[in-house]
Design a protein around this ligand. Structure first.
Ligand code: R1P
Ligand code: URA
Length: 300
Protein backbone atom coordinates (compact mmCIF):
# COMPACT_ATOMS: atom_id res chain seq x y z
CA UNK A 1 0.00 0.00 0.00
CA UNK A 2 1.43 3.46 -0.89
CA UNK A 3 1.81 5.79 2.04
CA UNK A 4 -0.62 8.66 2.61
CA UNK A 5 2.16 11.03 1.59
CA UNK A 6 2.65 9.38 -1.83
CA UNK A 7 -1.11 9.35 -2.45
CA UNK A 8 -1.30 13.07 -1.64
CA UNK A 9 1.61 13.90 -3.99
CA UNK A 10 0.03 11.82 -6.77
CA UNK A 11 -3.27 13.66 -6.24
CA UNK A 12 -1.54 17.03 -6.49
CA UNK A 13 0.17 15.95 -9.74
CA UNK A 14 -3.15 14.78 -11.21
CA UNK A 15 -4.82 18.12 -10.25
CA UNK A 16 -1.93 20.02 -11.86
CA UNK A 17 -2.20 18.01 -15.08
CA UNK A 18 -5.98 18.43 -15.23
CA UNK A 19 -5.88 22.14 -14.39
CA UNK A 20 -3.27 22.72 -17.12
CA UNK A 21 -6.14 22.12 -19.54
CA UNK A 22 -8.35 24.56 -17.66
CA UNK A 23 -8.28 28.27 -17.01
CA UNK A 24 -4.86 29.91 -16.88
CA UNK A 25 -5.78 33.23 -15.31
CA UNK A 26 -8.50 34.67 -13.10
CA UNK A 27 -8.26 38.00 -14.94
CA UNK A 28 -8.55 36.50 -18.42
CA UNK A 29 -10.60 33.35 -17.92
CA UNK A 30 -9.96 31.20 -20.94
CA UNK A 31 -8.24 27.85 -21.41
CA UNK A 32 -5.02 27.15 -23.29
CA UNK A 33 -6.99 26.94 -26.56
CA UNK A 34 -8.70 30.29 -25.94
CA UNK A 35 -12.00 28.67 -24.98
CA UNK A 36 -13.99 31.25 -22.97
CA UNK A 37 -15.04 30.55 -19.40
CA UNK A 38 -18.81 31.10 -19.64
CA UNK A 39 -19.72 30.41 -23.27
CA UNK A 40 -17.15 27.63 -23.80
CA UNK A 41 -16.49 28.87 -27.34
CA UNK A 42 -13.12 29.52 -28.94
CA UNK A 43 -11.85 31.10 -32.17
CA UNK A 44 -13.23 29.21 -35.16
CA UNK A 45 -16.41 28.19 -33.31
CA UNK A 46 -18.39 31.33 -34.13
CA UNK A 47 -19.23 33.49 -37.11
CA UNK A 48 -18.83 37.23 -37.48
CA UNK A 49 -22.64 37.68 -37.38
CA UNK A 50 -24.33 36.63 -34.12
CA UNK A 51 -28.00 36.59 -33.13
CA UNK A 52 -28.54 37.01 -29.38
CA UNK A 53 -31.88 35.89 -27.91
CA UNK A 54 -32.37 35.80 -24.14
CA UNK A 55 -34.12 32.45 -23.99
CA UNK A 56 -31.87 29.39 -24.66
CA UNK A 57 -34.79 27.66 -26.41
CA UNK A 58 -34.92 30.48 -28.95
CA UNK A 59 -31.50 29.53 -30.37
CA UNK A 60 -33.07 26.22 -31.45
CA UNK A 61 -35.87 28.11 -33.20
CA UNK A 62 -33.55 30.64 -34.84
CA UNK A 63 -31.11 28.00 -36.09
CA UNK A 64 -33.92 25.71 -37.29
CA UNK A 65 -34.36 28.24 -40.11
CA UNK A 66 -30.77 27.79 -41.36
CA UNK A 67 -29.41 25.62 -44.21
CA UNK A 68 -27.16 23.81 -41.71
CA UNK A 69 -26.25 24.09 -38.01
CA UNK A 70 -24.15 22.50 -35.29
CA UNK A 71 -24.41 22.86 -31.54
CA UNK A 72 -21.10 24.40 -30.48
CA UNK A 73 -21.57 24.65 -26.70
CA UNK A 74 -24.13 24.87 -23.94
CA UNK A 75 -22.97 26.06 -20.55
CA UNK A 76 -25.29 27.73 -18.01
CA UNK A 77 -27.74 29.99 -19.92
CA UNK A 78 -25.41 30.29 -22.92
CA UNK A 79 -26.36 27.94 -25.77
CA UNK A 80 -24.53 28.44 -29.06
CA UNK A 81 -25.15 27.14 -32.59
CA UNK A 82 -23.09 27.98 -35.64
CA UNK A 83 -24.14 27.28 -39.22
CA UNK A 84 -25.22 28.92 -42.45
CA UNK A 85 -28.29 30.93 -43.41
CA UNK A 86 -28.73 31.32 -47.20
CA UNK A 87 -25.01 30.55 -47.47
CA UNK A 88 -23.90 33.17 -44.90
CA UNK A 89 -21.92 31.91 -41.86
CA UNK A 90 -23.96 32.74 -38.75
CA UNK A 91 -24.01 32.05 -35.01
CA UNK A 92 -26.71 32.32 -32.37
CA UNK A 93 -26.02 32.42 -28.61
CA UNK A 94 -28.59 32.81 -25.84
CA UNK A 95 -27.75 35.43 -23.24
CA UNK A 96 -30.18 34.55 -20.43
CA UNK A 97 -32.24 37.25 -18.75
CA UNK A 98 -30.69 40.60 -17.98
CA UNK A 99 -27.78 42.79 -18.94
CA UNK A 100 -25.02 41.23 -16.80
CA UNK A 101 -25.19 37.89 -18.62
CA UNK A 102 -25.86 39.56 -22.00
CA UNK A 103 -22.63 41.53 -21.70
CA UNK A 104 -20.72 38.42 -20.62
CA UNK A 105 -21.87 36.82 -23.89
CA UNK A 106 -20.84 39.90 -25.85
CA UNK A 107 -17.41 40.10 -24.18
CA UNK A 108 -16.63 36.45 -24.87
CA UNK A 109 -17.99 36.45 -28.45
CA UNK A 110 -15.93 39.52 -29.37
CA UNK A 111 -12.81 37.84 -27.95
CA UNK A 112 -13.29 34.87 -30.29
CA UNK A 113 -13.91 36.90 -33.44
CA UNK A 114 -17.54 38.07 -33.73
CA UNK A 115 -18.21 41.75 -34.51
CA UNK A 116 -21.86 42.09 -35.47
CA UNK A 117 -24.67 41.43 -32.96
CA UNK A 118 -28.45 41.45 -33.24
CA UNK A 119 -30.51 40.90 -30.12
CA UNK A 120 -33.62 38.84 -30.95
CA UNK A 121 -35.83 39.49 -27.96
CA UNK A 122 -39.31 39.84 -26.55
CA UNK A 123 -40.70 43.00 -24.98
CA UNK A 124 -43.70 44.75 -23.45
CA UNK A 125 -45.08 47.74 -25.36
CA UNK A 126 -46.15 50.88 -23.47
CA UNK A 127 -48.29 52.39 -26.22
CA UNK A 128 -51.84 51.25 -26.94
CA UNK A 129 -51.22 51.24 -30.72
CA UNK A 130 -48.53 48.49 -30.62
CA UNK A 131 -50.39 45.17 -30.33
CA UNK A 132 -48.78 41.83 -29.42
CA UNK A 133 -47.15 40.27 -32.46
CA UNK A 134 -45.67 43.56 -33.71
CA UNK A 135 -41.87 43.69 -34.09
CA UNK A 136 -39.94 46.61 -32.64
CA UNK A 137 -36.59 47.45 -34.24
CA UNK A 138 -34.56 49.36 -31.67
CA UNK A 139 -32.76 52.48 -32.86
CA UNK A 140 -31.61 53.24 -29.32
CA UNK A 141 -32.32 52.30 -25.73
CA UNK A 142 -32.82 54.08 -22.42
CA UNK A 143 -30.12 52.82 -20.05
CA UNK A 144 -32.15 51.79 -17.00
CA UNK A 145 -29.83 48.86 -16.30
CA UNK A 146 -26.68 48.93 -14.19
CA UNK A 147 -24.29 46.89 -16.33
CA UNK A 148 -23.48 49.55 -18.94
CA UNK A 149 -22.84 52.06 -16.13
CA UNK A 150 -19.91 49.90 -15.07
CA UNK A 151 -18.40 50.53 -18.51
CA UNK A 152 -19.04 54.22 -19.16
CA UNK A 153 -20.78 57.35 -17.81
CA UNK A 154 -24.62 57.41 -17.88
CA UNK A 155 -24.68 60.24 -20.47
CA UNK A 156 -23.07 57.97 -23.10
CA UNK A 157 -25.77 56.98 -25.61
CA UNK A 158 -27.05 53.47 -26.26
CA UNK A 159 -27.53 53.56 -30.02
CA UNK A 160 -27.93 50.78 -32.54
CA UNK A 161 -25.53 50.73 -35.49
CA UNK A 162 -27.32 52.35 -38.42
CA UNK A 163 -26.38 49.49 -40.78
CA UNK A 164 -28.16 47.02 -38.50
CA UNK A 165 -31.22 49.24 -38.15
CA UNK A 166 -31.39 49.53 -41.95
CA UNK A 167 -30.80 45.80 -42.51
CA UNK A 168 -33.56 44.91 -40.01
CA UNK A 169 -35.98 47.32 -41.73
CA UNK A 170 -35.00 45.89 -45.14
CA UNK A 171 -35.59 42.35 -43.82
CA UNK A 172 -38.96 43.26 -42.25
CA UNK A 173 -40.05 44.80 -45.56
CA UNK A 174 -38.88 41.75 -47.57
CA UNK A 175 -40.78 39.45 -45.20
CA UNK A 176 -43.81 41.76 -45.04
CA UNK A 177 -44.18 41.75 -41.25
CA UNK A 178 -45.67 44.47 -39.02
CA UNK A 179 -42.90 46.45 -37.41
CA UNK A 180 -42.08 49.74 -35.71
CA UNK A 181 -38.69 51.38 -35.28
CA UNK A 182 -37.84 53.49 -32.26
CA UNK A 183 -36.58 53.61 -28.70
CA UNK A 184 -36.85 50.85 -26.12
CA UNK A 185 -36.06 51.02 -22.39
CA UNK A 186 -33.87 48.31 -20.84
CA UNK A 187 -34.44 47.62 -17.15
CA UNK A 188 -32.81 45.41 -14.54
CA UNK A 189 -36.18 44.50 -13.02
CA UNK A 190 -39.06 42.86 -14.89
CA UNK A 191 -41.44 43.79 -12.04
CA UNK A 192 -40.95 47.12 -10.24
CA UNK A 193 -38.56 48.35 -12.93
CA UNK A 194 -41.27 47.97 -15.58
CA UNK A 195 -44.13 49.34 -13.47
CA UNK A 196 -45.46 45.95 -12.31
CA UNK A 197 -46.32 45.47 -8.62
CA UNK A 198 -44.03 43.27 -6.59
CA UNK A 199 -45.04 40.50 -4.18
CA UNK A 200 -48.04 41.40 -2.00
CA UNK A 201 -48.60 44.52 -4.11
CA UNK A 202 -45.32 46.16 -3.11
CA UNK A 203 -44.98 49.33 -5.19
CA UNK A 204 -43.02 52.58 -5.27
CA UNK A 205 -43.79 56.02 -6.70
CA UNK A 206 -40.94 55.53 -9.17
CA UNK A 207 -42.52 52.33 -10.40
CA UNK A 208 -45.96 53.96 -10.66
CA UNK A 209 -44.55 56.76 -12.84
CA UNK A 210 -42.23 54.80 -15.11
CA UNK A 211 -44.72 53.88 -17.86
CA UNK A 212 -46.35 57.33 -18.31
CA UNK A 213 -42.98 59.09 -18.13
CA UNK A 214 -41.33 56.93 -20.79
CA UNK A 215 -44.41 56.76 -23.03
CA UNK A 216 -44.62 60.56 -22.89
CA UNK A 217 -40.99 60.69 -24.07
CA UNK A 218 -41.74 58.47 -27.08
CA UNK A 219 -40.32 55.18 -25.78
CA UNK A 220 -42.07 52.16 -27.33
CA UNK A 221 -41.60 49.55 -24.60
CA UNK A 222 -39.54 47.59 -22.10
CA UNK A 223 -37.04 44.80 -22.37
CA UNK A 224 -33.90 44.01 -20.37
CA UNK A 225 -30.70 43.72 -22.44
CA UNK A 226 -30.60 46.08 -25.43
CA UNK A 227 -29.08 49.18 -23.82
CA UNK A 228 -26.14 47.29 -22.33
CA UNK A 229 -25.47 45.44 -25.60
CA UNK A 230 -25.66 48.63 -27.67
CA UNK A 231 -23.50 50.64 -25.27
CA UNK A 232 -20.75 48.08 -24.87
CA UNK A 233 -20.74 47.31 -28.61
CA UNK A 234 -20.24 51.02 -29.38
CA UNK A 235 -17.34 51.18 -26.92
CA UNK A 236 -15.66 48.21 -28.62
CA UNK A 237 -16.37 49.38 -32.19
CA UNK A 238 -18.68 46.45 -32.88
CA UNK A 239 -22.03 46.73 -34.63
CA UNK A 240 -25.17 45.95 -32.63
CA UNK A 241 -28.90 46.30 -32.96
CA UNK A 242 -32.07 44.62 -31.81
CA UNK A 243 -35.41 43.35 -32.94
CA UNK A 244 -38.01 42.38 -30.35
CA UNK A 245 -41.38 40.69 -30.62
CA UNK A 246 -44.01 42.53 -28.61
CA UNK A 247 -45.56 39.83 -26.42
CA UNK A 248 -47.20 42.15 -23.88
CA UNK A 249 -49.00 45.45 -23.99
CA UNK A 250 -48.94 47.30 -20.69
CA UNK A 251 -51.66 49.78 -21.67
CA UNK A 252 -54.24 47.28 -22.98
CA UNK A 253 -53.02 44.67 -20.44
CA UNK A 254 -52.61 41.89 -23.03
CA UNK A 255 -49.95 39.19 -22.61
CA UNK A 256 -49.46 36.63 -25.38
CA UNK A 257 -46.15 34.78 -24.78
CA UNK A 258 -44.58 33.63 -28.05
CA UNK A 259 -46.55 35.99 -30.30
CA UNK A 260 -44.28 37.33 -33.06
CA UNK A 261 -41.21 35.39 -31.94
CA UNK A 262 -40.92 33.33 -35.13
CA UNK A 263 -41.24 36.55 -37.17
CA UNK A 264 -38.47 38.17 -35.10
CA UNK A 265 -36.26 35.13 -35.74
CA UNK A 266 -36.97 35.26 -39.49
CA UNK A 267 -36.32 38.99 -39.70
CA UNK A 268 -33.05 38.72 -37.76
CA UNK A 269 -31.78 35.86 -39.95
CA UNK A 270 -32.72 37.74 -43.11
CA UNK A 271 -31.06 40.90 -41.77
CA UNK A 272 -27.81 38.94 -41.49
CA UNK A 273 -28.10 37.95 -45.16
CA UNK A 274 -28.71 41.61 -46.06
CA UNK A 275 -25.76 42.78 -43.93
CA UNK A 276 -23.47 40.19 -45.51
CA UNK A 277 -24.47 41.45 -48.96
CA UNK A 278 -23.87 45.08 -47.94
CA UNK A 279 -20.55 44.18 -46.31
CA UNK A 280 -19.46 42.58 -49.59
CA UNK A 281 -20.50 45.71 -51.53
CA UNK A 282 -18.43 47.80 -49.10
CA UNK A 283 -15.44 45.48 -49.49
CA UNK A 284 -15.58 45.64 -53.28
CA UNK A 285 -15.93 49.44 -53.31
CA UNK A 286 -13.21 49.89 -50.67
CA UNK A 287 -15.64 51.66 -48.31
CA UNK A 288 -15.88 51.36 -44.54
CA UNK A 289 -19.53 52.37 -44.27
CA UNK A 290 -22.60 51.31 -46.20
CA UNK A 291 -24.61 53.94 -48.08
CA UNK A 292 -27.54 53.39 -50.47
CA UNK A 293 -25.47 54.45 -53.56
CA UNK A 294 -23.46 51.22 -53.17
CA UNK A 295 -26.54 49.24 -54.20
CA UNK A 296 -26.01 50.24 -57.84
CA UNK A 297 -22.96 47.89 -57.78
CA UNK A 298 -25.15 44.96 -56.75
CA UNK A 299 -24.93 41.77 -58.84
CA UNK A 300 -28.46 40.61 -59.70
C1 R1P B 1 -38.06 38.79 -19.41
O1 R1P B 1 -39.14 37.92 -19.45
C2 R1P B 1 -37.05 38.47 -20.50
O2 R1P B 1 -37.70 38.54 -21.79
C3 R1P B 1 -37.14 39.57 -22.57
C4 R1P B 1 -36.46 40.48 -21.56
O3 R1P B 1 -35.50 41.30 -22.18
C5 R1P B 1 -35.95 39.51 -20.55
O4 R1P B 1 -34.76 38.88 -20.95
O5 R1P B 1 -36.25 39.11 -23.57
P1 R1P B 1 -35.93 37.59 -24.02
O6 R1P B 1 -37.27 36.98 -24.39
O7 R1P B 1 -35.02 37.73 -25.17
O8 R1P B 1 -35.30 36.91 -22.84
N1 URA C 1 -39.97 41.23 -21.70
C1 URA C 1 -39.91 42.27 -20.84
O1 URA C 1 -38.83 42.64 -20.38
N2 URA C 1 -41.07 42.85 -20.47
C2 URA C 1 -42.26 42.44 -20.93
O2 URA C 1 -43.29 43.01 -20.55
C3 URA C 1 -42.30 41.36 -21.83
C4 URA C 1 -41.12 40.76 -22.20
Amino acid sequence: MPSKYIVRVMLIIVVMIVSDDKLKSAAIPQDSEGRQYHLEVKKGDVARYVLLPGDPERVDLISSLWDERRLVAHHREFRTYTGRYKGVPITTTSTGIGSPSAVIALEELIRVGSDTFIRVGTMGAIRSDIPPGTLVIGVGAVRLEGTSKQYVMPEYPAVAHYEIVMALIEAAEILNVDYRAGLVASTDSFYLGQGRPGFNGYFTSQSANIIPELANAGVLGFEMEASALLTVSSIYGARAGCVCAVIANRITDEFIPGKGVIEAAKVANEAVRVLAEWDELKRRAGKKLFYPGLLKNRRT
